[in-house]
Write a protein that binds this ligand. Structure first.
Ligand SMILES: [Zn+2]
Length: 237
């Protein structure tokens, strides 16, 4: 038998959308807001097709009576289908806090790496375990959208998330370091003049990013330590 579907409205953008009964949260396809289905008025439909037809109809007519009638009629069944809120006085205190990183974002990434890197993880599950990571859902919800905007995670389904890549690789950019001294030394070694590309290549081999070399070259230029005798060539003054 097919699972019944709920149709409800995003309270942020007022658009209608749906989710299988039992799901507590979904991401609004229109505005990205994560909707708390348990707090929304829901209309119940027996199949996903009926639900998606209703979504189209309600969005076209902006809801109105048709929606409220179904909400009224399905009230009791909806209530029975929604997962009851657990008495969540889970004891978080004896959980070893030593394993947890101190930064909130780091803790969230840790949670996601554990739960949502191999396969997708439901928003419900994340909301359920975020206290274990000393995170509150309100904050997590915001972050999930931000992470999604920066391409670190995706919503494979409106009610699940999955990490795209290791977030540490994506977010940690090589720091820009000052290599002015190394540049001057290298140019000296080469007899007082060098090709910019050669200097970049040389320092790259030492693990210095091109950005660092360029920033340092700019600095040397401003300080009047080096000059450009010809395009692509750098010389010591
Ligand atoms: Zn919305």
């Amino acid at each position: 038998m097919l699972k019944p579907y709920l149709v409800f409205r995003c309270h942020k953008c007022r658009n209608f959308t749906n989710a299988p009964a039992g799901q507590k949260r979904r991401r609004c396809s229109y505005c990205g807001h994560i909707i708390d289905i348990t707090k929304a008025a829901c209309a119940l439909f027996d199949t996903p097709e009926q639900a998606s037809d209703a979504v189209k109809e309600y969005n076209a007519s902006r809801g109105g009576d048709a929606f409220h009638k179904v909400v009224e009629a399905s009230k009791d069944r909806v209530k029975a289908l929604l997962p009851s809120e657990k008495l969540s006085t889970k004891d978080v205190v004896d959980k070893s806090e030593d394993d947890l990183p101190s930064g909130k974002t780091q803790r969230l990434l840790k949670l996601l790496e554990k739960e949502a890197s191999e396969s997708d993880c439901s928003l419900d599950r994340i909301a359920e375990i975020c206290p274990e990571y000393q995170l509150d859902w309100q904050w997590v919800e915001d972050q999930l959208n931000k992470l999604s905007n920066s391409g670190i995670l995706i919503f494979p389904r409106p009610w699940t998330v999955k990490l795209v890549d290791s977030p540490t690789e994506k977010t940690v950019k090589a720091p820009i370091v000052d290599v002015t001294k190394d540049i001057v030394l290298r140019i000296e070694e080469l007899g007082g003049e060098a090709r910019v590309d050669d200097v970049i290549e040389y320092l790259k081999q030492m693990g210095v990013s091109q950005e660092s070399v360029e920033t340092s070259l700019d600095r040397l230029m401003t300080q009047g330590v080096v000059y450009v005798p010809k395009t692509g060539i750098i010389g010591l003054v």
